[in-house]
Ligand binder design. Structure first.
Ligand code: 16G
Length: 248
C-alpha cells in the first residue's frame, strides 16, 4: 500500500501511518534515518500537513520515530519500545516493529507456587502452577529472559503446547478462552549477572531492566505473574501521561 485512498473509511492519518510503517518493514528506512518532513509527506501523499503531523506524532508516541529539535524526525535506533498503555505481549510488540520475534524455551514444568507467586496469583502457596522460562529474541538477537508463572483451571495442559512456535498470550486467549484484560507492571533498574548475561549475549554487569507483571483476565482474576529481565540498551518503556484537568 503506498497510496492514500480518499474514499476509504480508514482515516487518512491511519493510512499514512501504515505506509510509513511499511517503509520501515521493507528495509527502505533504517534505524537512524531521517524521514521526510510534514511538508514533504503532505506533498507526496496529497494530504494536509495536519494529517501528516498526526501520523508522525502517533509514531513518535509509539516509539517508532523520534524527533530532534531543529533536525527533524528519525527512525528509532534498535531500541524496542514497549508501551505502558496497552496490554501487549512480546510477539505483538516485536511484530509491530516489523521484526521477527522468536523464542527459546529454557524450561517448562508444573511447580508448587512460592509465596510471592501465590500472593500475586491469589492462590495458596504450594498450589501447582505452570512455570515457564523463555529467552525472547527479535531478529535472532536476544532481548529478554522471561519467567512466567500461570495458574488457571487446567493450566497443566500448557505442558503440551509448543511455546517456541506460539505466543503465550495467543494460546491463553484464542485456545483456552481467557481474554486478557489488564496488567500491573513494575520496572526496576539492575545489572546482569553472569548467567543472565550469557543468555542475553551481553557483558556481565551490563545495565538491565527487571520487570514484574501480573496479568488479569475477566472478573479481575490474576492468570500470570511474570518476572523478566530486559537488556537495558535495547529496550525503551514508553508511557503517555496526561494531567488531570483539576480546574476545568
Ligand atoms: C510480555 C510480558 C510477559 C508475557 C509475554 C507474552 C512483560 C514484562 N512481560 O513480554 O509477561 O508472558 O509478553 O508474550 O512485558 P507472547 O504472547 O509473545 O508469548
Amino acid at each position: 500500500m503506498s497510496t492514500i485512498y480518499r474514499k476509504s473509511p480508514v482515516p487518512r492519518y491511519h493510512q499514512l501511518k501504515e505506509i510509513l510503517r511499511e517503509r520501515i518493514r521493507s528495509g527502505e528506512w533504517q534505524p537512524g534515518d531521517l524521514i521526510p518532513s510534514e511538508r514533504e509527506l503532505s506533498e507526496t501523499y496529497h494530504i494536509s500537513r495536519m494529517t501528516a503531523r498526526q501520523a508522525l506524532t502517533d509514531l513518535v508516541n509509539e516509539g517508532i520515530f523520534y524527533r530532534e529539535q531543529g533536525r527533524g524526525t528519525f527512525v528509532t535506533r534498535h531500541k524496542i519500545t514497549q508501551q505502558l498503555m496497552r496490554l501487549t505481549g512480546f510477539t505483538e510488540d516485536i511484530s509491530a516493529r516489523g521484526q521477527q520475534p522468536s523464542t527459546k524455551v529454557l524450561s517448562a514444568e508444573m511447580r508448587p507456587a512460592d509465596d510471592l507467586t501465590a500472593t500475586r496469583l491469589r492462590i495458596e502457596p504450594g498450589t501447582p502452577v505452570f512455570s515457564l522460562q523463555r529467552l525472547r529474541l527479535a531478529d535472532a538477537e536476544p532481548l529478554a529472559i522471561e519467567s512466567s508463572q500461570l495458574h488457571f483451571k487446567g493450566c497443566e495442559r500448557l505442558l503440551q503446547e509448543n511455546l517456541e512456535e506460539q505466543s503465550l498470550y495467543h494460546v491463553i486467549e484464542a485456545k483456552y478462552g481467557f481474554p486478557l484484560m489488564e496488567a500491573e507492571q513494575e520496572l526496576e533498574a539492575g545489572l546482569a549477572g553472569e548467567e543472565e548475561a550469557k543468555l542475553l549475549a551481553i557483558p556481565a554487569g551490563s545495565a538491565v531492566l527487571f520487570t514484574r507483571r501480573t496479568t488479569y483476565t475477566e472478573r479481575n482474576e490474576p492468570i500470570e505473574y511474570a518476572k523478566s529481565i530486559y537488556c537495558g540498551a535495547k529496550y525503551t518503556f514508553y508511557a503517555h501521561l496526561r494531567r488531570d484537568q483539576l480546574f476545568a
